[in-house]
Design a protein around this ligand. Structure first.
Ligand SMILES: Nc1ncnc2c1ncn2[C@@H]1O[C@H](COP(=O)(O)OP(=O)(O)OP(=O)(O)O)[C@@H](O)[C@H]1O
Ligand SMILES: O=C(O)c1ccc[n+]([C@@H]2O[C@H](COP(=O)([O-])O)[C@@H](O)[C@H]2O)c1
Length: 211
């Protein structure tokens, strides 16, 4: 359930039966069970109708490292979410091209989904960086933000305007994409850290072997 020092009631709650769309943005290189559990928990706690996973095009704050091709990250995200009728995947950030800014993601999703309240889901580490994102004033006007707990990171409101962020405790899964990539590179298993289909896709496409 939502916890924390901030207002737990999203602005859209009870807002005349509007559709409630969760947005899970990420590089998903690869997608893992930490992402899926976070989205599932927030969907339940905030009575979301759907959660759309949005793989980044070019994640500008990860420019210090090589990111796998967008099509591989997109397909892994589709494979991982395919069985859940509440989950979908959007190509908007990939197809827009160039560096990915969440303000563009949310603007585009607003245009595509009239009469819908947006809930952007972030882990504690991403939330801590949010004031460094592009156009934060407009960003915070487009969605309610939901920060979720993540092992190794402290979850706190980093100073968003009042009522914009809710903090939610989710089951602790100490999984990161970085660790999954390192495991594949070393020949260690990633079974049960990522969905089975994603393990098979990584093997088929020989991702992460040379890292
Ligand atoms: N284990 C986890 N628990 C909760 N939230 C998570 C977890 N892993 C990632 N997230 C959140 O999911 C979103 C997308 O994360 P991202 O795709 O960058 O995965 P990552 O594991 O952090 O990747 P990397 O290790 O390559 O930086 C971010 O908001 C991040 O905080
Ligand atoms: O808008 C920005 O400037 C911005 C900067 C860094 C990250 N983000 C978004 O935060 C989400 C998680 O990013 P990442 O890099 O942790 O995968 C993803 O949707 C990114 O597009 C957004």
């Amino acid at each position: 359930m939502p916890t924390g020092p901030v207002n737990d009631t999203p602005r859209g709650a009870g807002g005349g039966g509007k559709r409630r769309l969760g947005v899970m943005g990420g590089t998903f290189d690869p997608i893992h069970h930490g992402h899926l559990v976070a989205a599932s928990e927030v969907a339940a706690a905030f009575h979301l109708d759907e959660v759309v996973f949005v793989p980044t095009g070019e994640p500008w704050q990860k420019s210090h490292r090589t990111v796998s091709p967008a099509e591989d990250r997109y397909l892994m995200t589709v494979i991982a979410t395919a069985e859940n009728p509440q989950f979908s995947v959007s190509r908007i950030d990939i197809d827009r091209g160039g560096p990915t800014y969440t303000v563009d993601t949310l603007r585009d999703l607003r245009a595509l989904n009239p009469d819908t309240d947006l809930f952007f889901i972030t882990g504690a580490d991403a939330l801590a960086q949010i004031l460094t994102w592009r156009d934060t004033e407009e960003l915070f006007s487009l969605a309610h933000f939901i920060g979720v707990t993540r092992p190794g990171h402290h979850l706190d409101d980093p100073g968003l305007p009042e009522g914009i962020v809710s903090l939610v405790e989710v089951p602790a899964l100490a999984i990161s994409s970085t660790d999954c990539r390192a495991r594949v590179a070393k020949g260690d298993p990633i079974w049960y850290l990522v969905p089975d289909g994603v393990v098979r896709y990584i093997t088929k496409r020989e991702l992460y072997r040379g890292e």
